[in-house]
Design a binder for this molecule. Structure first.
Ligand code: 2RA
Length: 340
């Protein structure tokens, strides 16, 4: 076991899930330290790690941990991550923000895809949730058939916008049930209950949003795709609470057969094939919620790309596979290397 794992930003939606993942997976650490600004001083009860008093962040305290999981803003991470990892214990910093994702010297890691040595770097970036969820199905298909084009449309839950996003959706629906109306939004740009919003993050010069470009940039980096492979995404916020869904169309280098692809995905880590239309079984965010595996289904030959193309739908828990679980899996690899 290592001596200590720290969670910085422990009281947010992702931070809370990080603690649960450490517990669920019986993470090999003597102690967990929790850091947050507003929640400092409160006590969190855990089964495996006892009662933990939340601390205000300090560099010295973070440097006492062998591993620090960051669920904080990019600005915080930009300032503190290098300092934390530069401490006496060479703390492994795993950052959930986008601050370091596109820095060449910082690995962007999904452990089942490009983990191993990459997870042992002093600072490791966790991908955006939309990328991480889609990558679980796309990577095995890429390895076997070679991706040429990826066209993704997303159905992203309120949880992607954090605890405040989830609260605004829940409050709005309760309010509608009582009064038949929903108050103007304070957090999202538009009302989310009974609506969909085709904008997540800021618009870029090319007309795509930053959320959409993250899928392009991050799949390129994680899979090591050449510039010839084109990835395009339309990202949409939908009024579900948790778990992102994605409709994906791929064109492949080699011929692809849906039955063979289904079998391949059945044997791929982090994936659960749910694909029996005759029994009305397909991936849905409600079923994916709380689960570590990404559900993949509606697998069919693409009308557009014929025998060189596939279309499918997936749902994966954004807070787990898309954030907390991925970070904890990276931490497990980092710790295994430390203890070896
Ligand atoms: C979202 N992917 O769903 C973002 C969060 N990182 O808003």
């Amino acid at each position: 076991k290592v001596g200590c794992v720290g969670i910085i930003g422990c009281s947010g939606a992702v931070g809370e899930e990080m603690l649960k993942c450490l517990e669920d997976r019986s993470f090999p650490t003597e102690r967990v330290r929790l850091f947050a600004k507003r929640a400092a001083g409160t006590v969190v009860k855990t089964e495996k790690f006892g009662e933990i008093t939340v601390e205000e962040f300090s560099l010295e305290a973070a440097q006492e941990c062998e591993v620090c999981l960051l669920a904080v803003s990019g600005d915080f991470s930009t300032e503190w991550s290098p300092k934390i990892s530069g401490g006496p214990k060479n703390t492994s910093v795993i950052d959930n923000s986008s601050a370091w994702r596109y820095t060449d010297s910082v690995p962007l890691v999904i452990p089942e895809i490009n983990g191993g040595k990459n997870s042992e770097a002093p600072l490791v970036a966790n991908p955006n949730c939309t990328t991480a969820v889609g990558a679980m199905a796309l990577y095995p298909l890429h390895q076997k058939y070679g991706l040429k084009k990826v066209i993704m449309s997303t159905y992203q839950a309120a949880s992607g916008a954090g605890a405040e996003g989830m609260a605004e959706l829940e409050t709005g629906i309760k309010e509608f049930a009582k009064t038949g109306k929903v108050s103007p939004p304070e957090f999202f740009a538009h009302q989310l209950p009974f609506n969909v919003i085709p904008q997540i993050d800021a618009f870029q010069a090319n007309g795509y949003t930053k959320e959409e470009m993250k899928v392009t940039w991050e799949l390129q980096k994680i899979f090591g795709l050449s510039d010839d492979v084109k990835v395009s995404c339309t990202a949409v916020r939908v009024p579900t609470l948790r778990a992102h869904s994605e409709s994906i169309v791929i064109e492949t280098e080699k011929k692809v057969d849906p039955d063979e692809a289904r079998e391949l995905l059945r044997n791929s880590p982090g994936v659960k094939v749910v694909d029996d239309p005759s029994k009305l079984m397909y991936p849905m965010p409600l079923n994916a919620t709380g689960n570590h595996d990404v559900e993949v289904g509606r697998i069919r030959q693409s009308i557009i790309f014929g025998d060189h193309g596939l279309e499918f739908f997936l749902s994966g828990d954004q807070l787990l596979r898309g954030a907390a679980l991925n970070a904890v899996l990276i931490a497990e690899q980092a710790v295994a290397a430390r203890l070896a």
